[in-house]
Design a protein around this ligand. Structure first.
Ligand code: ATP
Ligand code: MG
Length: 443
């Protein structure tokens, strides 16, 4: 088993062991390497006390923010490494924080405080992979199992409940029955966890390759911080287009979307407004008129509550709002859409519509239309067609010079000329645009 650790990690481990302190890369980084994935971050665990770590790395930039819990962050060749002293957590209060931490010189004691067996694996060059809690077997079997007595571990730190669902979603592992039962039994404790920490795990969960199955299995956990989810479950669609209730449609659409934060958030929330908009006609067919706007407003409210950044809230809310926009049937309509959305959201809309359709009765019905939507974009870009004021051949100054009155009307005139160019009623040339304005200004 080869662990391909970056050179900074190797250097840090060598420096610690060279100074007489046992040290290992630990947790997610070892787990991910063994699964053939690239780890997001590398954590180091060591017998050295924080003051000893600081001495070993006295020539490096150090950040001491985690010192109380034994973590020194070391900046080594542009990489930031969290080096944490072996520790035993004291009793927990509020299902959140250990009341005290005790440093230890014993690796096993440190590994015993970790959440899941697959997260207890550690590695260094001399010892190879060290596996004191049967993490390798669980990793090979695809099993997520709490270290020690599951319910006690979730009661100590309720974030582990959501981490469990997150790992089920990202790794696609089955959750060991006692661990799963404990996750469900203790779920209400998630109420004690800060919104920011929920947000981080929730985002990783949604971006998981197996998010749909994990959410289906543990929807009760998500409902603790997303009570709005209840209304989707069992919300029947009875239309020829749909074969699932709103909840299961959402999960299928979620899994079909690219694993990017904004797109996954959009797919998760895109139909949250459906239950409130549901009307059944005389033929028993359900309609959800106006649901995109209601979904967008719920999305904004929920993302704010979960303390997402303003940028993410604005972007995801906008994507939800436009998710049901029809694919443009021709190039002119594609240009109009591109002008109103911009290239990034135009591309996002293609991905969203594709994913949305994957959760319907005829998952590929839209493929032809989306292929055209993509082709129109390529042609428009290659052709250098004007789809924004930025590339319009006249600007505000030109219009003022030609006698257009200053003020709000100026912007309106520019937009009106842009429309004329997009609709190919007037060429994008200064002279032509000014005459077009003169000819039409009187009418
Ligand atoms: P990723 O980095 O992919 O999000 P990870 O498992 O590495 O996942 P980190 O938050 O980086 O998660 O934590 C590193 C390690 O610290 C974990 O693998 C685990 O051993 C331990 N750990 C993290 N959070 C907890 C927790 N709440 N309870 C117990 N152990 C934890
Ligand atoms: Mg990690």
């Amino acid at each position: 088993m080869r662990i391909d650790a970056p050179k900074q990690v190797r250097t840090a481990l060598q420096r610690l062991s060279g100074s007489g302190f046992e040290a290992f890369a630990v947790g997610g980084c070892v787990r991910d390497c063994l699964l053939g994935k690239t780890p997001g971050d590398w954590d180091i665990t060591t017998a050295a006390l924080p003051s000893e770590v600081e001495t070993v790395f006295s020539d490096c930039r150090l950040v001491e923010t985690g010192l109380r819990h034994g973590t020194v962050t070391v900046l080594l060749d542009g990489m930031s490494l969290e080096i944490t002293t072996y520790r035993i957590d004291g009793d927990y209060k509020d299902a959140r924080h250990p009341q005290s931490v005790t440093f230890s010189r014993n690796l096993r004691e440190d590994l015993a405080r970790r959440d899941f067996t697959v997260n207890t694996l550690c590695w260094n060059e001399q010892s190879g992979v060290v596996d004191l809690f049967d993490g390798l077997k669980d990793l090979n079997d695809g099993v997520l199992r709490a270290v020690g007595e599951p319910e006690r571990r979730f009661r100590e730190d309720a974030l582990r409940i959501l981490r469990g669902v997150r790992f089920a979603a990202t790794l696609g592992f089955s959750v060991e029955p006692k661990t799963a039962e404990a996750i469900l039994n203790t779920r209400a404790l998630l109420e004690h966890i800060a919104a920011e920490r929920i947000r981080e795990e929730f985002t990783k969960l949604l971006c998981g390759k197996h998010a749909g199955a994990a959410i289906d299995r543990f929807s009760a956990v998500l409902k603790v911080f997303l009570p709005e989810l209840s209304a989707l479950i069992g919300c029947a669609q009875n239309t020829p287009y749909h074969c699932y209730d709103v909840f299961h449609h959402t999960l299928a659409a979620l899994d079909a979307a690219p694993q990017q934060e904004a797109l996954r958030l959009c797919m998760f929330f895109h139909d949250f407004g459906k239950p409130a908009c549901r009307r059944v006609d005389e033929n028993g067919i359900a309609h959800f008129k106006g649901h995109a706007a209601v979904s967008a407003s719920l999305t904004e409210q929920i993302l704010r509550r979960l303390r997402f950044s303003n940028k993410t809230v604005r972007h995801v809310t906008r994507l939800v709002e436009i998710h049901d926009t029809k694919a443009p049937p021709g190039r002119l309509q594609a240009k109009k859409l591109l002008a109103s959305l911009g290239e990034e959201d135009y591309r996002a809309l293609i991905a969203i519509k594709r994913a949305d359709c994957r959760g319907k009765a005829q998952p590929h019905a839209i493929d032809g239309k989306l292929a055209n939507m993509e082709r129109f974009l390529t042609e428009i870009l290659e052709n250098g067609d004007c789809v924004s004021l930025h590339s319009l051949a006249v600007n505000g100054d030109d219009l003022l010079a030609a006698g257009v009155p200053a003020g709000a009307g100026l912007r309106k005139t520019l937009d009106w000329l842009l429309d004329a160019v997009i609709e190919e009623r007037c060429p994008n040339e200064k002279g032509a645009l000014l005459s077009f304005w003169t000819e039409n200004a009187s009418s």
